[in-house]
Write a protein that binds this ligand. Structure first.
Ligand SMILES: *[C@@H]1O[C@H](CO)[C@@H](O)[C@H](O)[C@H]1NC(C)=O
Ligand SMILES: *[C@@H]1O[C@H](CO)[C@@H](O)[C@H](O)[C@H]1NC(C)=O
Ligand SMILES: *[C@@H]1O[C@H](CO)[C@@H](O)[C@H](O)[C@H]1NC(C)=O
Ligand SMILES: *[C@@H]1O[C@H](CO)[C@@H](O)[C@H](O)[C@H]1NC(C)=O
Ligand SMILES: *[C@@H]1O[C@H](CO)[C@@H](O)[C@H](O)[C@H]1NC(C)=O
Ligand SMILES: *[C@@H]1O[C@H](CO)[C@@H](O)[C@H](O)[C@H]1NC(C)=O
Length: 757
């Protein structure tokens, strides 16, 4: 259990890290004589040869994340565990210092979900991989990153939902494709730029709730939910984006711990999605197969079930300690070890680790490639794009800075001066962090505007001693902002929420401020997970509500730019915001997406209650109109004909073209969302209430029109049956654009229900 404890400490606490040793010397070192250093050979042959040079004892040392050097062979030690969730982050493989004191800190993935912009995700990933290579070349980071987290944000209480782009499998699939592309591919097609790792495979989205933690949790998942909700992001990551590794999770799935789960790792990841790379255990998740899941009784069997399922690398030290025992007890054979090492080393070879640095562009990156102007501008842009304006009564926003001379602006609340909080979790040392106060000061500089701050209260706790000063400031101000939200003591790795309201005395403070202030209130929320804002939404005293997630190093500047109209917000909620009582209506242990006993349904696709704010909601300072002229010509599809012609699920049957026009007074972005809704299928199918199948973020000047298009593939019309099979069912399918179905049309599927796959 010591191992377990060691690895469950908050990653944020890791500040001193191992500096990786340099690259292997393939020119003059002992390895130079062997095929591993011959770049003309295939990576399979090279890895096989390297492994064949090792003794059994040496091999076992290479099965864990902190792999020591094998001096005899000239193989340097390698730390497999680096992190880069939204910028290079503190982790065992990463060390900040010297010429590399910091790295660009972008907004959290939940923000990138809100941006609905896969282009910016790709650009960010390119910068992260460039900075990672620069760090690696200086011996300050590895080449293998345990990034990204693509589990579906199934329940608003989940402490790590902030690490994901939200609750929608389609959005998450698109996000991860762009991200992996940007991390792994660069200017040199011969090599992986860095190796990414899609985690946590699978059905991992519970930290610690009602006395059961992730090390003990057995997620009971239906085949239907697996195929429809939990697998698509991994399919996109593995099959389409060709990620170099995946991580098996702490939880069990239907009774089998993930890292021992042959069905998940072998059948799905390798055989179905053709994973070409390694599986790494979450840190300590080999030991938990036995220690917490009690799936095995002996260490020898534990090593065996993990290796046989295909867990190639152990983050932790269980393999190091117990693989020799497993060999001597014959629960495994040496070939099992060889297979695991083969998959691990192949990835290092594909990274150019054993090749001469000459002619490798990635080996040329240096400190001048870190925190570049381009990266800094992008960090602001990403923060801009991720901010969601939820309410804007009386056009309370934007404020017009030129009309505010001599006025006082009050910033009240515990997140107005947030710094590291804006980095969420899995962060590194940022070059700077602009808090909202500094952002407001920057935007109002030289305008004779008095920006004042009162903390008011803590994020959590019952202390109201700061109220008086806050109320006094509110009373005297011409403009009043309330900055509230969550922090990493409320939602975090290892920590789920039990309530989805604003914690502590924040709501009391907000109500009192609203009561006392002569000016209308503007509310700004920093959080990963959704917070019930019904009171603020319904209060005539609250003019605006803005959600800003954890917006990274430039978050405070971005929010000020939005407030003062220097940037017109366009982000959309990547999650459903539920009413407070949601947490009493469904257990976190209930993995079912569809409504049923003690479950009102999960996410916009299945939630049957009334959301406080819906997935996809977000306002702008301008207005847009949608027009698609004549709706699609194809309105009837004959299933029988379709089945005969042998289309695949990506076949495009039609394309919806929509003209979007900016009909308002200012330029701005619009996010055009395309949904499908099946209307008269048999009840037993329980189709989603609606389902996103396309999105596009566009920029439009005043009066400008742009055409966007959404291909309709067969896949969009498929229903997933209880057993996970996919079907085409006859019925009427409504296609609509925008959350409020600005425009819509219908497709009829005729014929008889046919099994697709
Ligand atoms: C493994 O081998 C050791 C030493 O040979 C033996 O004492 C032990 O009982 C064996 N354990 C199992 C589970 O077979
Ligand atoms: C924000 O201000 C409060 C009250 O002055 C202070 O206690 C807190 O440390 C500040 N937070 C940061 C991150 O500076
Ligand atoms: C979150 O806020 C609470 C209450 O203000 C504070 O005690 C705690 O240290 C904060 N947590 C972090 C991680 O900053
Ligand atoms: C707001 O003012 C009303 C009327 O004066 C009072 O009844 C209410 O208690 C006040 N609310 C708060 C939160 O102070
Ligand atoms: C939570 O734990 C309590 C106490 O063990 C138990 O009574 C209750 O049924 C649990 N709730 C759920 C949803 O599992
Ligand atoms: C969009 O507008 C352009 C220019 O007016 C027009 O040519 C095109 O047909 C329109 N497209 C749609 C889908 O209405």
């Amino acid at each position: 259990m010591t191992t377990l404890l060691m690895f469950t400490i908050s990653l944020n606490a890791i500040i001193s890290a191992v500096v990786p040793l340099p690259f292997p010397d393939c020119q003059k070192g002992p390895l130079a004589a062997y095929p591993i250093c011959d770049a003309s050979l295939s990576y399979r042959v090279r890895a096989m040869d390297l492994i064949s040079r090792m003794t059994t004892t040496e091999k076992i040392t290479q099965m864990v994340n902190t792999a020591p050097a094998i001096e005899r062979l000239g193989l340097p030690g390698y730390e497999w565990w680096s992190e880069a969730l939204h910028g290079i982050a503190y982790s065992p493989g990463v060390s900040f210092g010297g010429d590399f004191p910091s790295a660009t800190s972008f907004p959290m993935p939940i923000n990138l979900g809100a941006s609905f912009n896969t282009r910016i995700v790709y650009q960010i990933a390119q910068i992260i991989s460039t900075e990672a290579r620069a760090f690696s070349n200086a011996g300050r980071a590895g080449l293998t990153y345990f990034t990204p987290n693509i589990n579906i944000f199934r329940d608003p209480r989940w402490g790590r939902g902030q690490e994901t782009p939200g609750e929608d499998p389609f959005l998450t699939s698109r996000y991860v494709y762009a991200l992996i592309d940007g991390l792994q591919k660069g200017d040199d097609p011969r090599y992986l730029k860095i190796a990414a790792d899609c985690k946590h495979f699978n059905a991992y989205d519970l930290e610690n709730w009602n006395g059961t933690d992730r090390f003990h949790f057995d997620a009971i998942v239906t085949d239907q939910d697996l195929v429809e909700t939990f697998l698509p992001p991994f399919e996109s990551c593995i099959r389409d984006a060709h990620v170099a590794s995946i991580m098996c999770s702490y939880n069990a799935i239907n009774g089998v711990p993930s890292c021992a789960n042959t069905f998940e790792l072998q059948k799905i990841a390798r055989e179905s999605y053709h994973l070409d790379g390694f599986v790494v255990s979450d840190c300590g998740a080999v030991g938990t197969i036995m220690d917490t899941h009690h799936y095995t009784k002996t260490v020898q069997d534990t090593v065996a079930v993990a290796l046989h399922a295909g867990t190639d690398l152990n983050c932790g030290d269980f393999y190091l300690k117990h693989t020799a025992d497993a060999l001597s007890n014959k629960t495994i054979v040496e070939a099992d070890i060889d297979q695991a090492l083969q998959r691990n080393f192949e990835v290092l070879i594909r990274l150019g680790y054993f090749d001469s640095p000459d002619g490798q562009p990635y080996r040329k990156y240096s400190k001048t490639d870190v925190n570049t102007d381009v990266a800094q501008v992008l960090s602001v842009q990403a923060a801009h794009e991720s901010i969601v304006l939820l309410k804007n009564q009386n056009n309370g926003l934007p404020l017009k800075v030129d009309t505010m001379a001599g006025k006082k602006v009050a910033l009240i609340g515990p997140t107005a001066n947030a710094t590291i909080l804006q980095q969420g979790n899995y962060y590194g040392a940022a070059p700077y962090i602009i808090n909202p106060i500094v952002g407001f000061q920057a935007v109002t500089a030289g305008k004779d505007i008095d920006v004042q701050f009162a903390y008011g209260c803590e994020i959590a706790g019952t202390d109201t001693s700061g109220f008086e000063a806050a109320l006094q400031l509110a009373r005297s101000a011409d403009y009043v902002f309330f900055f509230g939200g969550l922090n990493q003591s409320i939602e975090a790795e290892g920590l789920d929420r039990t309530s989805i309201t604003l914690p502590g005395v924040q709501m009391t403070l907000l109500e009192q401020v609203a009561n006392i202030s002569k000016a209308p209130i503007h509310v700004v929320i920093m959080s990963g997970g959704g917070v019930d804002l019904t009171v603020a939404r319904d209060s005539p005293r609250v003019d605006s509500i803005t959600w800003m997630g954890y917006a990274g190093q430039a978050g405070g500047l971005a929010i000020a730019n939005v407030i003062f109209g220097l940037y017109n917000p366009a982000g959309r909620l990547p999650v459903t915001i539920y009413p407070t009582d949601y947490v009493n209506q469904v257990s976190m242990f209930n993995m079912n997406m569809r409504p049923g006993d003690a479950n009102p349904g999960r996410t916009y696709k299945f939630y049957t209650g009334e959301a406080v704010y819906e997935f996809g909601h977000g306002l702008s300072y301008t207005t847009f109109s949608y027009d698609w002229g004549q709706p699609s010509k194809i309105s009837v599809i004959d299933i029988t004909t379709l089945m005969k012609t042998g289309y695949n699920d990506r076949t495009i049957t039609d394309t919806y073209r929509v003209n979007v026009t900016n009909t308002g007074m200012v330029a701005g972005d619009d996010i055009v969302l395309a949904y499908v809704k099946a209307t008269n299928l048999p009840k037993f199918i329980q189709p989603p209430l609606k389902q996103l199948f396309g999105f596009e973020r566009i920029h439009l000047n005043v009066g400008e029109t742009q055409e966007v298009f959404f291909p309709l593939t067969i896949r969009v019309l498929l229903s997933v049956g209880k057993d996970g099979s996919t079907w085409l069912h006859p019925g009427t399918y409504k296609i609509f654009i925008g959350n409020d179905a600005h425009i819509s049309c219908k497709i009829k599927l005729v014929g008889i229900s046919s099994r697709w796959a």
